[in-house]
Design a protein around this ligand. Structure first.
Ligand code: ATP
Length: 227
């Protein structure tokens, strides 16, 4: 059995460590995510979901506890190794698409590959077009991001998140800004990617209808996990 894509053991996170205002916002979090799993993370505002996502996404480090990615403990890794691991293992989709508005859909999807330089330049454009086809936007590859609808922009953001072939996509309220129909379409698209390519997803959402269509729901309450 392959190692879990993600394993957290007794992870704690405090802000302002050592200051009189030190506050622990995650307490002894245990969490495991398997390859190919589509997990919903729910919880009230301020409960610690973004803090948890930042740790899982290797954007911030736990104050204590252990975070393993594909069986490798991340504590001993230096910043450069963390950046490399993040780039090749994890894709991000945010509530705001964060596309470069003056670039085309294709150019936005090419961006992570151009920065990484791990792909041959001849391959990059073709790969971007394949990913855009996967999210149903093959006819829009040359359109400026600025001229696309909110739902289309979020599809481009999903394609961009998949550019480096990640094992895991972290999606923080990706449908929060969309009308119900577009939200549903973007969710179904991520579900389809998950089924087709086995990419794991961790979806933060306030939308219970979408959460119930995931493989598993976990709730964060006051910095603790409830299954
Ligand atoms: N950099 C920081 N310094 C100090 N406290 C912080 C910092 N970031 C977050 N917090 C605190 O940590 C707690 C958890 O915040 P977090 O953003 O993780 O919650 P959340 O569940 O994602 O909320 P929301 O659903 O509103 O995005 C909050 O009390 C917040 O004020």
């Amino acid at each position: 059995m392959a190692d879990a894509i993600l394993k957290l053991e007794r992870v704690c996170k405090a802000y302002n460590v050592g200051l009189p205002t030190e506050t622990e916002v995650l307490h002894d979090v245990d969490l495991e995510l398997d390859h190919g799993e589509f997990l919903a993370l729910i919880g009230p505002s301020g409960s610690g979901k973004s803090t948890l996502l930042n740790i899982v996404g290797l954007l911030d480090r736990p104050t204590s506890g252990r975070l393993s990615i594909k069986g490798h403990d991340t504590a001993s890794l230096g910043d450069a190794e963390i950046t490399r691991l993040r780039g090749h293992t994890i894709g991000f989709v945010f509530q705001y698409h964060l596309l470069i508005s003056a670039f085309t859909a294709r150019e936005n999807v090419m961006m992570p590959m151009l920065v990484d330089r791990g792909f041959a330049s001849a391959e990059i454009e073709a790969r971007a077009d394949r990913l855009l086809a996967q999210v149903g936007l093959e006819k829009f590859a040359g359109n400026l991001a600025n001229n696309m609808s909110g739902g289309q922009q979020q599809r481009v953001a999903v394609a961009r998140a998949l550019a480096m072939g990640p094992d895991l996509v972290l999606a923080d309220e990706p449908t929060g800004n969309l009308d119900t129909r577009s939200a549903d379409a973007v969710f179904e698209l991520m579900r389809q990617v998950n089924r087709d390519s086995g990419t794991s997803f961790l979806l933060v959402t306030h939308n219970m209808d979408l959460a119930q269509r995931c493989d598993r729901i976990i709730e964060v309450i006051d910095g603790r996990i409830r299954a």
